[in-house]
Design a protein around this ligand. Structure first.
Ligand code: GLC
Length: 436
């Protein structure tokens, strides 16, 4: 505990020193003039996000005469948030932050209200994302790229075995078993039916929220704040996932984030992969061994009349920190990076889904990437994580949820005990759903 605390402090000091070094020459107050250096924590999420962030920021440098400094950040959303919280506590001099859909509720006191600067331009963005980024009437971040959980599958292999893309989890499980057995028998011993994100982190929350929603089991906490996870459909959904481990999914998924699961699929060792839209640009690259062999379907439905397709809503926005020295330039950079042209380039080059609605009807985009329609449909029926109703406590809600679901997947707790434990913890955290 003591060491952890000491390490944390050291890191804050280190970060502050690192940032201070770069800004020593920029006296506060002179910040708004052209030729300032704006720092941005973007990228790392998505295979090409970092390169595309750099590419567009360089264009902005050319247009404005300012400079951009890129700060490297952890890949995982949970790790990134922890780092931002340290920066904010230290009032670190960082101007622009890429924020996940649930960050604004947590960082609200640290972010600049962008409403006065966007002057209605925000009405061109997806309403669902604007809602996520607007807290207490203030636009705290501008939606930058959308994401929704989707299922990738090997078209060539389903064809080889005379199968159609599955619509339900039961079909996916059966197809995965069959193809896995046949491929192994044909001399491919490390072939698996299905890979997904099972490590204890935010990505597992997304996967498990999909299982619950697809079974009609709710979203852990209802919109009115009531804890709803302890229900029989949730038990059935979690049981399904636990039964995949060691049968159609390798135990390795329990320590996998998005990149590791993509690696297995990209290497040709899995039939199905659950992931985000940007993966499309990776598997379709000219050098990809999977080019032309991959299809996309919505997240399968659970059983019965309540079963539905439900990809989790993901995505990232750009926010301006209150503690950066170059607010005006930072806002200008955010405006440029979220412009129509830049969002189009990011979709065409990196399958990073636009947040501007008009791009979903852009003829150039549709002609070049017909998958846009699949992503669009998936996002319209997507399921949010319970971040709106749990606000600043969302991160604790999610970590209780993914920690216990992970234990269950490891076989250390039954699905029944898992939903009870999660419900008890969340009720304790919120005074039985009354105070979030
Ligand atoms: C993707 C999503 C993000 C989510 C994360 C979980 O980056 O866009 O919303 O939190 O995956 O790993």
């Amino acid at each position: 505990m003591k060491t952890m605390f000491a390490r944390k402090r050291l890191r804050v000091v280190w970060v502050a020193a690192l940032l201070g070094a770069g800004w020593a020459l920029a006296a506060p107050g002179t910040a708004q003039a052209a030729g300032v250096t704006v720092s941005i924590a973007c990228g790392s999420e998505g295979a090409t996000n970092y390169e595309l962030c750099v590419k567009a920021s360089k264009q902005w440098e050319q247009k404005t005469g300012n400079h951009v400094r890129f700060i490297t950040t952890p890949f995982s959303s949970s790790g990134r948030l922890a780092l931002y919280e340290q920066w904010m506590a230290a009032h670190a001099n960082i101007d622009v932050l890429m924020t996940d859909v649930f960050y604004p509720g947590i960082l609200k006191k640290d972010l600049v209200n962008l409403t006065p600067y966007f002057k209605g331009e925000e009405s061109k963005f997806f309403p669902a994302y604007l809602k996520i980024d607007t807290i207490d009437g203030k636009l705290l971040a501008v939606p930058w790229f959308a994401a929704v959980g989707v299922m990738y599958y090997r078209k060539d292999l389903l064809q080889k075995y005379g199968l159609k893309p599955p619509k339900t989890w039961a079909e996916l499980t059966a197809d995965a078993k069959l193809v896995q057995a046949k491929e192994r028998a044909a001399g491919h011993p490390n072939f698996w039916g299905y890979v997904w994100q099972g490590k204890a982190y935010e990505g597992l929350t997304c996967d498990a929220v999909e299982w619950l929603a697809s079974y009609g089991a709710g979203a852990i906490v209802a919109p009115d704040g009531k804890v709803t996870i302890d229900n029989p459909r949730a038990v059935a959904a979690l049981t399904m996932a636990r039964n995949w481990i060691g049968t159609i999914s390798p135990r390795g998924v329990l320590s996998s984030e998005e990149p590791q699961t993509l690696q297995v699929f990209y290497a040709g060792n899995a039939l199905f992969l659950r992931n985000w839209p940007y993966v499309w640009s990776v598997v379709q690259k000219p050098a990809s061994p999977l080019k032309g062999k991959v299809g996309i379907i919505p997240i399968p439905k659970g059983p019965g009349a309540d079963g539905r397709h439900a990809g989790a809503i993901g995505g990232w926005s750009l926010a301006v920190s209150k503690y950066g020295q170059h607010r005006k330039a930072a806002i200008s950079l955010v405006k440029y990076l979220t412009s129509y042209e830049v969002e189009r380039m990011r979709f065409l080059d990196g399958a990073l889904m636009p947040t501007r609605l008009a791009l979903y009807k852009d003829p150039k985009v549709l002609a070049k990437e017909p998958v846009m329609k699949i992503f669009y449909r998936a996002i319209l029926s997507a399921s949010p994580r319970p971040s709106a109703q749990t606000g600043a406590k969302y991160n604790r809600v999610s970590s209780i949820f993914y920690t216990d679901v992970h234990q269950m997947l490891l076989g250390e707790m039954t699905p029944q005990a898992t939903v009870r434990t999660i419900a008890a913890r969340l009720n304790a955290l919120s005074d039985h759903g009354k105070h979030w």
